[in-house]
Design a protein around this ligand. Structure first.
Ligand SMILES: Cc1ncc(C[n+]2csc(CCOP(=O)(O)OP(=O)(O)O)c2C)c(N)n1
Ligand SMILES: [Mg+2]
Length: 321
C-alpha cells in the first residue's frame, strides 16, 4: 500500500539504533504516494525521533494519470521537509552520478545522527503506471523531451568523456547483459508451471526460521532497571532540534536547491525560504464536470469573451421567440 513503507522503515531505523547497529534505513515513494496519510505520519515520526532514514521521493511527474500540478499546490515536493523540520535535497534523477552522490551524502548525514533526509529526485515516468496503462494522457512533446534526458545514455556519455570505458568495454557489457537476459528467459520459459498449492506456502514463516534481533549493545543498557545508563549510540541534539528555523540560517539564507547535484548549502539542513508555489491551474474534474465546476465557468467566460457580438440590437429590442 502506498506510503506504508515510510512508517515501517522508520521503525527499522529506530530499532537499529536501539539495538546499537549503526544502520541507515532507506526507502522510496512516488509523487502520488507522497500524498498519503502514511507518508505524513511516518515522516513526522522519523523527524521527531531523528531516525536515520533516507526517504527518496521519486517525482516522475505523474501519479497514475494525475500530473503533480493537479495533486499538490507546491512546485518542489522537497519543500514538505521544512514542515517536518528535516533536511532535504533536490537532485536531477536522470543524472546517475548526481543521484549517487546526493544519496551517499544523505546516508552519511544520517549515520552522523543528524536525522532523516528527504531527497526529491526529479525524473519522468517513461511508460504508463503499469503494463495495462498506455499513458495516452501524457503529451507526446513531454515524452520527446525526456527521451533526450535518458539517464542510461547520459551515463554512457559520462563514462566515455571521463575515459572510464571504451567501445570494447561497452560491447563486452552489452554482450553480457544480452547473455544473462537470454539465459534467464530460457530458464523461466523452460521451467514447469508451479503447482497451485505453492501459492499459499512460504508467505509467512511458521516456525521454519528463528528470528533473533542482532544486539550490538549490551541488553542491560536498555532493559529496566538499568535503562537510565547512557546510550552507546548517542543521537546528536536529540529532543533539542536546531533545524532550518535557527536564526543564523534565517539571517543568511542558503542558496535554493538546484535542479542538479544537491542543495548547494553548506549545512546538511537546507535553509528554505517560502515554499515555491506551483503555477495555479484551474480545478477540473475529468469525468462528469458539473456546471458548478470552476473550470467550466472559466472556460465559458473565456469563450464569451472571444465570441464576436452576434446582435447589434440592444437586448430589450430583440424579438423573443
Ligand atoms: C494507500 C493507497 N491509496 C491508493 C492506492 C491506489 N493507487 C495505486 S497507484 C496510485 C498512484 C501512485 O502514484 P505515484 O506514487 O506517483 O506512482 P507512479 O504512477 O509514478 O508509478 C494510486 C493512487 C494505493 N495503492 N494505496
Ligand atoms: Mg509518479
Amino acid at each position: 500500500m502506498l506510503g506504508d513503507l515510510i512508517p515501517v522503515m522508520t521503525g527499522v531505523a529506530m530499532a537499529g539504533r536501539y539495538l546499537g547497529q549503526n544502520i541507515v534505513a532507506m526507502t522510496w515513494i512516488g509523487d502520488g504516494g507522497s500524498s498519503t496519510g502514511a507518508f505524513h505520519e511516518g515522516l513526522n515520526l522519523a523527524a521527531q525521533q531523528r531516525a536515520p532514514l533516507v526517504l527518496i521521493v521519486e517525482n516522475n511527474q505523474w501519479a497514475y494519470s494525475t500530473p503533480v500540478a493537479r495533486q499538490v499546490p507546491i512546485k518542489n515536493l522537497a519543500d514538505r521537509a521544512v514542515a517536518y523540520g528535516i533536511a532535504s535535497k533536490i537532485v536531477d534523477g536522470n543524472d546517475v552520478v548526481a543521484t549517487y552522490e546526493t544519496t551517499k551524502s544523505a546516508v552519511e548525514d544520517c549515520r552522523a545522527g543528524r536525522g532523516p533526509v528527504l531527497i526529491e529526485v526529479k525524473t519522468m515516468r517513461m511508460k504508463g503506471h503499469a503494463q495495462h496503462d498506455p499513458a495516452e494522457y501524457v503529451p507526446k512533446a513531454m515524452f520527446d523531451y525526456w527521451k533526450t534526458q535518458d539517464p542510461i545514455a547520459r551515463y554512457e556519455t559520462y563514462l566515455t568523456e571521463h575515459k572510464l570505458w571504451d567501445a570494447k568495454k561497452k560491447s563486452e557489457i552489452d554482450a553480457r547483459i544480452e547473455r544473462e537476459l537470454d539465459a534467464d528467459q530460457k530458464f523461466a520459459e523452460e521451467s514447469p508451471m508451479p503447482p497451485a498449492e505453492l501459492a499459499e506456502q512460504g508467505v509467512y514463516c511458521e516456525g521454519c526460521h528463528t528470528i533473533e534481533a542482532e544486539w550490538r549493545r549490551a541488553k542491560k543498557e536498555v532493559i529496566p532497571p538499568a535503562s537510565n545508563e547512557e546510550a552507546v549510540w548517542k543521537v546528536a541534539d536529540f529532543g533539542a532540534f536546531k533545524g532550518p528555523f535557527a536564526p543564523a540560517a534565517a539571517a543568511a539564507p542558503a542558496p535554493r536547491a538546484a535542479a542538479s547535484g544537491g542543495n548547494g548549502a553548506e549545512s546538511p539542513l537546507v535553509a528554505h525560504d517560502e515554499p515555491e508555489v506551483a503555477k495555479q491551474t484551474p480545478l477540473r474534474v475529468p469525468f462528469g464536470r458539473g456546471p458548478k465546476d470552476r473550470s467550466v465557468e472559466l472556460e465559458r467566460r473565456d469563450k464569451v469573451a472571444e465570441r464576436p457580438p452576434r446582435h447589434n440590437k440592444p437586448p430589450h429590442k430583440r424579438r423573443r421567440r
